[in-house]
Design a protein around this ligand. Structure first.
Ligand SMILES: *Cc1c(COP(=O)(O)O)cnc(C)c1O
Length: 449
C-alpha cells in the first residue's frame, strides 16, 4: 500500500500553465477609474515588465527560468499522499489524495509565486520590494524570496496581527525583511489614518495602500501581491501539474478536485491543470471552498470592483462582496478577502468551477480529524477544502461509490494554533454573513459602463 507518491527533481515542471488559453471567452480586462481598460504603463510603476506580460498573456505555456527551478528544488516536487488513515476513520470507499504544499520553507504554497516575483523584479533592476501582510503567510514567503534572491523586502503588517502573531514577524525578520506595524508614519496613507484614528487596529486595505504608495514613489522599489492576479495563478499551476503526474503514478485520476479559496491562488494552482483536461472533454469536478462568513463566490456578485478597500487599484471583474466588506471578528480561519481571482471568478460564472461555502465549526472539526489521522495540522484555510472532501467522502460511504478525491493541503497550521485553541475552548461559533449586510456593501460597487 503506497502512502506517498514522489516525483524526482527531474520531473519538476518546466513551464507554468496559463488557463487563459483554454477559457470559453477572453477574460474581461481591468478598467481604470474612467471605465476604460487600463494601459499597461499604469502597472509599470509597481510591477516589472515580464510580470505585466504574463498578466495579459494568452499563451498556454510560460517557460520557468532555470534559476527559479533551482530554488523550487529546495522543496519541490512536493509529495502527493494517499490519506489511508483518514479514509479508514471515515469508513469510506472513496480514495482520498492530498497534495502537500506545507513542505515549503514558509509552510504554504505561497513561495511558488514569491520566488518568481522576486526573480523577475531583480532581473528588471529592482532592488527593493514592498508588500502587505495580514496573518503573515505572504510576508514570510516574500521575505524568503528576497533573502534567496538578494532583494530588500519591506512588509507592512496589519497592526493587530503584528501584535497577535509575533512568530510570523520573527520569521520574516529571520529571512531579513523589515516589518512594520501598519498604519505607519512612513507613508501619507498611514499618517492620514493615524491622525484620525491613533488606536486603529489597521486593515489589509490600509497596509496595501502603504505598500503601493512606497513602491510607486521610488524607482528602485516595486510591489508584490500574493494572490488574485493572473500571473500569480499561473505560477501556482506547478502544484496541479505535479499532482497529475503523481495521480498517474498512483494509477488514479480524480473525480473531484478541492481547494480552499481566499484570493484563489492555491485553488487555481491545483485545479487549473485539471481544467485543461476538462476543457478537452474529460469529466472532472473542480470545487472551490470558502468560509460561510466570507462567502465571496457563493453569495457575492460577479461585477467590476476595486481590489483594495480604499479604491486605489484598477477595477477587476470578479466575484465580490464589495470592497468595503469587513469579515466578522468571530471568523478565525483566514480567507478574508472581499473578492476572488478574476480567472477563478470567470470559471465559476461560466459554471465550469463549483463553489461551496462551509461553516467555521465544520472546518475546525475537519482540521482536527485530519491532524489525528494523517498527522499534519492543517492551516485553518486548508481545513475548508478538507471539510468539503470529508463531506464528499461521507456521501460515498452512503452510496458505496468509490470516488477519487484530490485535495490541496495549502499549508500547515503551526503558526495558527491560537485559532485551534479558540476552537477547543468553545469560543468559536458559526456565522452566516447577514444578507442585508452583503446587500448594503454591494451598493457601494463602482458604477461601470
Ligand atoms: C494565503 C493562504 C491561503 C489563501 O490564499 P489563496 O490565494 O486563496 O490560496 C490558503 N491557504 C494557505 C495556507 C495560505 O497561506
Amino acid at each position: 500500500m503506497t502512502t506517498k507518491f514522489l516525483l524526482p527533481e527531474s520531473e519538476l515542471p518546466t513551464h507554468w500553465y496559463n488557463v487563459v488559453a483554454d477559457l470559453p471567452a477572453p477574460p474581461p480586462p481591468p478598467l481604470g477609474p474612467d471605465g476604460k481598460p487600463v494601459g499597461l504603463e499604469a502597472l509599470a510603476a509597481i510591477f516589472p515588465p515580464a510580470l505585466i506580460e504574463q498578466e495579459v498573456s494568452a499563451e498556454r505555456w510560460i517557460a520557468i527560468p532555470e534559476e527559479i527551478r533551482e530554488i523550487y528544488r529546495l522543496w519541490r516536487p512536493s509529495p502527493l499522499h494517499r490519506a489511508h488513515r483518514l479514509e479508514q476513520a471515515l469508513q469510506t470507499p472513496a480514495r482520498i489524495y492530498y497534495k502537500n504544499e506545507s513542505v515549503s520553507p514558509a509552510g504554504s504554497h505561497k513561495p511558488n509565486t514569491s520566488i518568481p516575483q522576486a526573480w523577475y523584479n531583480r532581473q528588471a533592476g529592482i532592488r527593493r520590494l514592498t508588500t502587505e501582510t495580514g496573518a503573515g503567510q505572504w510576508g514570510c514567503s516574500l521575505a524568503l524570496a528576497g533573502q534567496l534572491l538578494g532583494l530588500e523586502v519591506r512588509v507592512y503588517m496589519v497592526r493587530v496581527s503584528y501584535e497577535q502573531k509575533p512568530y510570523r514577524r520573527s520569521l520574516m525578520q529571520t529571512w531579513g525583511a523589515e516589518v512594520f506595524a501598519s498604519p505607519t508614519k512612513l507613508t501619507n496613507a498611514g499618517r492620514q489614518v493615524l491622525e484620525k484614528h491613533p488606536d486603529t487596529p489597521g486593515s489589509l486595505g490600509i497596509a496595501i495602500s502603504e505598500a503601493v504608495e512606497e513602491a510607486a514613489g521610488r524607482a528602485d522599489t516595486n510591489y508584490a501581491l500574493g494572490s488574485v492576479l493572473n500571473h500569480v495563478m499561473h505560477h501556482q499551476t506547478i502544484i496541479g501539474q505535479e499532482a497529475k503526474k503523481q495521480m498517474a503514478l498512483a494509477g488514479d485520476y480524480p473525480d473531484v478536485v478541492f481547494g480552499c479559496c481566499g484570493g484563489g491562488s492555491n485553488f487555481a494552482g491545483i485545479a487549473f491543470p485539471f481544467y485543461a483536461d476538462k476543457a478537452a472533454g474529460k469529466a472532472v469536478r473542480l470545487v472551490a471552498v470558502e468560509p460561510s462568513s466570507c462567502p465571496t463566490l457563493t453569495r457575492g456578485v460577479y461585477a467590476y470592483d476595486y481590489g483594495d478597500a480604499t479604491g486605489l487599484t484598477p477595477l477587476l471583474k470578479m466575484h465580490t462582496l464589495g470592497h468595503d466588506f469587513v469579515p466578522p471578528g468571530i471568523h478565525a480561519g483566514g480567507l478574508r478577502y472581499h473578492g476572488a481571482a478574476p480567472l477563478v471568478s470567470q470559471l465559476v460564472d461560466a459554471g465550469l468551477v463549483e463553489a461551496l461555502a462551509i461553516p467555521q465549526l465544520e472546518t475546525f472539526e475537519a482540521g482536527v480529524l485530519f491532524a489525528r489521522t494523517e498527522g499534519i495540522v492543517p492551516a485553518p484555510e486548508s481545513t475548508h477544502a478538507i471539510a468539503a472532501t470529508i463531506r464528499e467522502a461521507k456521501a460515498c460511504a452512503k452510496t458505496g461509490r468509490p470516488q477519487v478525491l484530490l485535495v490541496n493541503l495549502s499549508g500547515h497550521g503551526h503558526f495558527d494554533m491560537s485559532s485551534y485553541d479558540r476552537y477547543f475552548a468553545g469560543s468559536l461559533q458559526n456565522y452566516d454573513y447577514p444578507a442585508e449586510a452583503i446587500a448594503e456593501s454591494l451598493q457601494h460597487l463602482p458604477k461601470v459602463g
